[in-house]
Ligand binder design. Sequence first.
Ligand code: NAD
Ligand code: SER
Length: 315
Amino acid sequence: MEDTRILVTGAAGQLGSLLCIALQQKYGVKNVVRSDIKLVSGKVDILLDVTDVDAIKTVIHNHDINEVYHLAAILSANGEKNPILTWKVNMDGWLNILETSRKSNINKIFYPSSIAVYGNNSPLSETDQFGYQDPSTIYGITKSAGEYWAQYYFEKYGIDIRSLRYPGLISVDSKAGGGTTDYAVEIFDYVKKDGVYECFLSAETRLPMLYMDDAISATIQLMEAPKEAIKIRTSYNLVGMDFTPEELLNEIQKYEPSFSIKYFPDHRQAIADSWPKSINDEHAAADWGWNPYFTIEEMVSEIMQKLNIKKDNAK
Ligand code: NAD
Ligand code: SER
């Protein structure tokens, strides 16, 4: 059996830098080629701009790649600053990967989509797998179109492309990259006695979220599932929890009671308001056994352990 030889694009990002560690543990360090448009020591092996199709071809050929995790993208909030560049990176970049894969030895691809494919006219509560997509950002438009390109290349060319519609991903070991859910990552940088976090969303903004450990487990579980188990070839809804900034604060205050949030909603509020409040991911559970481990309580407990902050028993 040939070795799995993986190319990861966008490897320096919030997800990539941690997913690569898990892939290296699983497939061996030499079998995971970590690429990004910027060289970050310890996170990136080679420079690769996904808008450069010739460079993609060369890397896939020279490194004998047979699987791709295509993470490179510009996220929702940053995308609104430069919609044309976002289309180029997210859409042309994805098509460059698909076309190169079709013409080479690539047999499996992972493509991350997002809850941003849903929007104001979608059902926003317990949003169903097949709920109407109405993306409100250029990021969401690219992810929605990208899902259908994935399905098209699977049906037309037989490439085994698998995809997850991640909600907001929460990590403390890697920083968020310019999205609308970033507050739930940034906040942990400010947690200390009498610390204050200035939140760019309002106190009652509910959004679906997923702790990074669960996101990585889900990604690997999806990619390892038998081919016949993957019944959805656009992208699977996926979620771990949903909460508001105020609910996250209440959980953090069990450890640091004097910690507080000041609310200064900005342009990201409208994006958040257009996104689902909660997600129905029953197809992921039924098809390939998805079952998240982390609730908000377990996530905050784990993060506080990492930050070396103990529970305040008075709370
Ligand atoms: P991130 O912004 O932290 O990382 C993206 C990486 O892509 C960055 O390191 C950036 O340098 C790189 N990049 C940008 N332009 C590039 C180009 N032209 N060529 C090559 N690399 C380029 O994002 P992330 O949070 O790690 O997200 C990874 C993937 O998961 C993205 O596709 C994103 O849409 C998706 N996703 C993330 C979340 C989340 O909450 N983090 C939620 C849903 C979906
Ligand atoms: N967390 C991502 C963002 O806010 C969702 O894809 O852009």
